[in-house]
Design a protein around this ligand. Structure first.
Ligand code: UD1
Length: 429
């Protein structure tokens, strides 16, 4: 069995560099399917999810070199010859569903297996499909597949009922090759959506009001531009290292980040008594003698990110007093609570709200299990804060989203090792 082994109880200190954003580079890799010319992506993290997306676009007939082995990935989608990605590859990762929009827009049809729910919630795709229908596609579900067809998509007004990141991205990519102008209303404003817009702009697509709730895309008849593009830093990885430092009562600096992408977290940490300084591309934190409790509520960007909620919950076990964490985005994202309790935390959960009776030093290393990517990072943070050894089952989840984690934790003076056993990566986010 593959395991993460954490030897905790020491304050972290030092400096760590942040990798490129997983959730930015996955949609950008899907968007390369729109482009008939070669694309070179820089600052791509070496992760299992990037490997899965690389496999997927290769199966469709594109070439893709370097995915998960290098921080530079070269893609050429000139010769894509299939619009039907197989279930065996798609099921490994929910972000695979992002190939639907670009395949439909460029080739007039696509047949993509319906992604299931996952450890953090049901993950519906109704908004993705409604957006494609609004662009004129005929979309139906048949034998577990979403089959979409349209001779040529036609620009329109799209209104999303929820500001879904994935639905905004699928709609953006489809609209890039639609005839005329499309406006996506109630669009997601996450930095990863902005990064996709910037990539599409480099490819020659004119996009207005990027990073707002109403994005306008001027569709092209074709996209054929050789492009080099560098992916933004991973704000979730950055937040995870800041939280790890604070959970251990340490101090340190993260570099290669965009501090404004982390504003909601930094506000909360200041409330907890953490001293914070920021520069153009770095953030330093210094833990207080006693961490104050807080109330945290997840929201779409620029609100507090759901992808940092479980890690923050782990940190608040170390505060002196009662904290409340309210999860509003993913209904089942509380699966680390029983594991944290086994380590000694006092907390109760009901209806998406966790109440934590924090007590500094309450955690002890025990064998625990991680059920998803951010949950695995959470258990690493808890393990670093705990006395003794924490053995975490579920290394495969962590490998999907954190590049070189043992080395980065070591740069902060912490001790995390991987026991690979017979690792086969196969999970979802
Ligand atoms: C992306 C991120 C994920 C992050 C999430 C929210 C990637 C690869 N993953 O996931 O890490 O946690 O954004 O920031 O970028 N919803 C609907 N109908 C839909 C689509 C979504 O009701 O058709 C709901 C979901 O159930 C959820 C909410 O919208 O409650 C947000 O989901 P969404 O923004 O779509 O998340 P993803 O794009 O799947």
């Amino acid at each position: 069995m593959c395991m993460i082994v954490v030897n905790g109880g020491k304050p972290l200190s030092g400096e760590v560099g942040i990798s490129g954003a997983k959730n930015a580079c996955l949609p950008i890799l899907a968007a390369t399917l729109l482009n008939e010319q070669p694309v070179t992506l820089h600052n791509v993290p070496r992760l299992d999810d990037v490997k899965f997306m690389g496999e997927l676009i290769r199966i469709l007939g594109a070439s893709c070199e370097g995915a998960s082995t290098s921080n530079t990935v070269a893609i050429n989608a000139a010769d894509v010859n299939s619009t039907e990605p197989p279930y065996e590859v798609v099921k490994k990762m929910r972000a695979s569903f992002l190939v639907l929009g670009p395949l439909l827009a460029r080739f007039g049809r696509a047949s993509v297996p319906l992604p299931g729910g996952c450890a953090i919630g049901q993950r519906p795709v109704g908004e993705h499909l409604a957006a494609l229908r609004a662009l004129g596609a005929e979309v139906r579900q048949e034998a577990g597949l979403i089959i979409a067809q349209a001779d040529r998509l036609v620009g329109t007004e799209i209104y999303l009922n929820v500001s879904s990141v994935g639905a905004t991205e699928n709609a953006l990519m489809a609209a890039a090759l639609a005839e005329g102008q499309t406006t996506i209303h109630n669009a997601a404003e996450e930095p990863e959506v902005v990064d996709l817009c910037r990539f599409l702009t480099r490819c020659g697509v004119k996009i207005e009001d990027t990073g707002t709730k109403s994005i306008t895309i001027h569709g092209q008849s074709r996209i054929a531009a050789a492009v080099e593009y560098s992916v933004i830093p991973d704000r979730i990885e950055a937040g995870t290292y800041l939280l790890a430092i604070i959970a251990t009562g340490g101090s340190g600096r993260i570099t290669q980040v965009v501090p404004e992408h982390l504003e909601a977290l930094l506000f909360k940490l200041r409330e907890c008594g953490v001293q914070i300084e920021t520069g153009a591309d770095w953030i330093s934190v210094d833990s207080p003698a006693v961490l104050k409790p807080a109330t945290v509520r997840t929201e779409v960007y620029p609100g507090f990110p759901t992808d940092l909620q479980p890690q923050t919950t782990a940190v608040l076990t170390q505060a002196d007093g009662v904290s409340t964490v309210i999860e509003t985005i993913f209904e089942s994202r509380m699966n680390t609570v029983p594991e944290l309790r086994r380590m000694g935390a006092k907390m109760r959960v009901s209806d998406g709200t966790v109440v934590i009776e924090g007590r500094p030093g309450c955690l002890t290393g025990v064998p625990v299990e991680a059920h998803d990517l951010r949950g695995a990072a959470t258990m690493v943070i808890a393990g670093l804060a705990a006395q003794g050894e924490t053995r975490i089952e579920g290394l495969e989840h962590l490998l999907r989203g954190f590049e070189s984690l043992p080395e980065k934790v070591a740069a902060l003076g912490g001790d995390v090792t991987f026991d690979y056993g017979k690792h086969t990566a196969a999970a979802k986010e």
